[in-house]
Design a protein around this ligand. Structure first.
Ligand SMILES: C[S@@+](CC[C@H](N)C(=O)[O-])C[C@H]1O[C@@H](n2cnc3c(N)ncnc32)[C@H](O)[C@@H]1O
Ligand SMILES: Nc1nc2[nH]cc(C(=O)O)c2c(=O)[nH]1
Ligand code: SF4
Ligand SMILES: [Mg+2]
Length: 214
């Protein structure tokens, strides 16, 4: 049984695949926060910008098996020809609580490339085509290699230097959006200054928020 908060077709807003048309599947639940505001201050991840509780969002629901969920997601891809490979991004919540090899296989069978956005604290199933790891504070990383490491910045308990030697192809800093914390939206100044001083790191802006889309 898979529990999905919401699913939608949009552009990938962040990281190395920014601008790519994508089906997003947001799984319910996370291992670092309950998702309840009253627990935020004591959670292992405290700056989350996402509602991942329940299955009541657009195209959300409970799916009994991989075929059912893969078919549901594939139906969100526009039915046109062309050269593009369909692309699905599993996020959450924490997708590695639910994503498994049968679901990846079922999407590959429908010709999808499969991307994942994870906090990196749980093992990843085989077959992921684009793996994005976004470390959270002092929580220990299990996934130490992949396509991109995308660190929300600044996190005093997760400085970029701790991750700079890991096995990722691309390294991004993404300015922390503080509006979920009831604070003024971040300026990107500190983040871009770090990138200019440490050119291994690239800037990732949350472009979907700039555009006002999902
Ligand atoms: C909501 S998380 C879900 C996936 C996974 N649990 C994770 O943390 O990577 C999706 C992406 O949003 C980023 N994110 C969450 N809250 C943010 C915030 N307040 N500002 C900037 N990025 C944020 C995460 O670091 C992650 O890269
Ligand atoms: N457009 C868009 N791009 C995204 N990239 C990562 C997202 C996420 O919440 O995981 C996200 C999201 O929620 N929307
Ligand atoms: S790990 Fe990801 S989904 Fe979980 S609370 Fe943190 S940002 Fe949100
Ligand atoms: Mg998001």
């Amino acid at each position: 049984m898979y529990q999905v908060k919401e699913a939608f077709y949009t552009l990938q807003g962040e990281g190395g695949q920014t601008g790519r048309p994508s089906v997003f599947c947001r799984f319910s639940g996370c291992n670092l926060w309950s998702g309840r505001e009253r627990d935020r201050a004591t959670a292992a991840c405290r700056f989350c910008d996402t509602d991942f509780v329940g299955t009541d969002g657009q195209n959300g629901g409970r799916f009994t098996d991989a075929e059912a969920l893969a078919g549901h997601l594939a139906a969100l891809w526009p039915d046109v020809g062309g050269r593009s490979r369909p692309y699905v991004v599993f996020t959450g919540g924490e997708p590695l609580l639910q994503l498994d090899a049968p679901l990846i296989d079922a999407l590959h069978a429908r010709h999808f490339e499969v991307a994942v956005e994870t906090n990196g604290t749980l093992p990843a199933p085989a077959g992921v085509d684009w793996l994005c790891v976004s470390p959270k504070g002092e929580n220990s990383l299990i996934v130490t290699e992949g396509d991109e490491l995308k660190l929300v910045y600044p996190q005093p308990d997760a400085p970029p230097e701790r991750f700079a030697d890991l096995g990722f192809r691309l390294f991004f800093l993404q300015p922390m959006d503080r509006t979920p914390l009831g604070q003024a939206t971040t300026t990107v100044d500190d983040t871009l200054a770090y990138c200019l001083d440490n050119p291994q790191w690239r800037l990732s802006l949350q472009t979907h928020k700039i555009m006002g889309i999902d």
